[in-house]
Write a protein that binds this ligand. Structure first.
Ligand SMILES: Cc1ncc(COP(=O)(O)O)c(C=O)c1O
Length: 387
């Protein structure tokens, strides 16, 4: 019966991150720097609201877009943090993680043959959905611009088929973000063009040097802002995302969301309310910790002579694999896991423009980072001497 299935789904592969993880998980005493979620527990007061929701029988369907007080809190969150106004009544949908927001936005926007621009290397969660919709992903190589998409780079890729651009900053896997000036230049290029921007800002609360700026400040009519609590409040398993867009778009996104999931878990909604109100600054503690870890990791990587762009957000380093190893990113990561017992994600998991790099997540304790980096150091020393 398999041959009867939709070819577009058959042609999709499982993500490179998962593929790699499956290959190395049996290795004993493996230190994993592959993790894409915070290593902190969900804040206690947020967990309590989830428990209270169950005990108070807040266990039924809610409004499809999420219960109104939660949407009001989501609206205030974006206003207070990034100066963006979205009406809680009709411009916000609470989604099943940022993942569902990406899915419903792309499925509502795209028709067969549409082009979607993706700055690479990039998070692998967009391309398969674009393909299922019959769209064509168009990757732009950002390796020679410090992993940043610039207006200059973008311009030659705009065609009459371009329907949408994805701006995933701060970026997974590079940790790089775009400044206000850089985003405004992109906005000026796109203004009055019939092109959507999906601004995936799931890491907006984890920004270190410069403040986070949203392109929606310049380009609100065309932009769909995606955010969520997975990273900011260490709530990956609660599955809470937020989608913000002008009403003329949101009313259509809501239909796809409704027929897909009806609404997100009512229990998670109550927890999310606590996170976005009393816990609006909960990410601060984690942010401070990540800043320390980032400093430690960058010092160690420099000490090993490794090449990387200093990340300004999220919790990843995207590191160049030394030329002297003469290898590709998958073989490198596999060999490192087997010989040094350290798992990192091969850059090729983040599109062809991630080849030649590996992603190291510092969402783990300083002790583990120290031990894992010692192992990487020893591994590289051995390889240099063998050569
Ligand atoms: C850039 C980016 N967008 C979206 C997601 C998905 O987030 P969620 O777990 O809230 O669905 C991730 C998860 O790693 C991510 O890195």
């Amino acid at each position: 019966m398999e041959h009867l299935l939709n070819n577009k789904v058959i042609d999709i592969e499982i993500s490179g991150i998962r593929k790699f993880y499956n290959m190395v998980q049996e290795i004993e005493d493996l230190i994993s720097f592959t993790i894409g979620q915070p290593d902190f527990p969900t804040p206690e007061h947020v967990k309590l609201e989830g428990i209270n929701a169950i005990q108070n029988n807040f266990t039924s369907y809610t409004h499809n877009a999420g219960y109104l007080d939660l949407r009001k809190a989501a609206s205030q969150f974006l206003l207070k943090k990034y100066g963006l106004h979205y009406s809680p009544e009709n411009e916000i949908i609470i989604t099943v993680g940022a993942s569902e927001a990406i899915d419903i936005a792309l499925r509502t926007i795209l028709i067969e043959g549409d082009e979607v621009i993706l700055p690479g290397p990039i998070y692998p969660g967009y391309e398969p959905i674009i393909r299922i919709c019959g769209g064509n992903p168009v990757h732009i190589d950002t390796r020679d611009s410090q992993f940043k998409l610039t207006a200059e780079k973008l311009q030659p890729y705009l065609t009459n088929k371009t329907k949408c651009i994805i701006l995933p900053y701060p970026s997974n896997p590079t940790g790089v973000s775009l400044s206000k000036q850089e985003l405004t230049e992109i906005a000026n290029l796109l203004k009055e063009k019939e092109i959507f921007v999906i601004a995936d800002e799931i890491y907006s609360e984890l920004v270190y040097d410069e403040q986070h700026y949203s392109i929606a400040q310049d380009l609100k009519e065309q932009t769909i802002v995606i955010n969520g609590l997975s990273k900011s409040h260490s709530m990956t398993g609660w599955r809470v995302g937020m989608l913000y867009a002008p009403e003329c778009l949101t009313k259509h996104f809501l239909k796809v969301h409704q027929y897909n999931v009806s609404c997100i878990s009512s229990i998670s909604q109550k927890a999310a309310y606590a996170a976005l109100t009393a816990g609006i600054n909960d990410a601060e503690m984690m942010r401070k910790e990540y800043i320390q870890r980032r400093a430690y990791v960058s010092t160690r990587l420099n000490g090993m002579g490794l090449d990387f762009v200093m990340p300004n957000g999220a919790f990843y380093f995207f590191i160049k694999i030394p030329e002297y190893l003469h290898t590709n990113s998958f073989d490198f990561a596999l060999d490192l896991a087997k010989e040094a017992r350290v798992a990192v994600v091969p850059g090729s998991a983040f599109s062809e423009y991630g080849e030649g790099f590996f992603r190291l997540s510092y969402a783990c304790s300083l002790e583990l980072l120290e031990e894992g980096l010692n192992r990487i150091d020893e591994y590289l020393n051995k390889k240099i001497h063998v050569d």
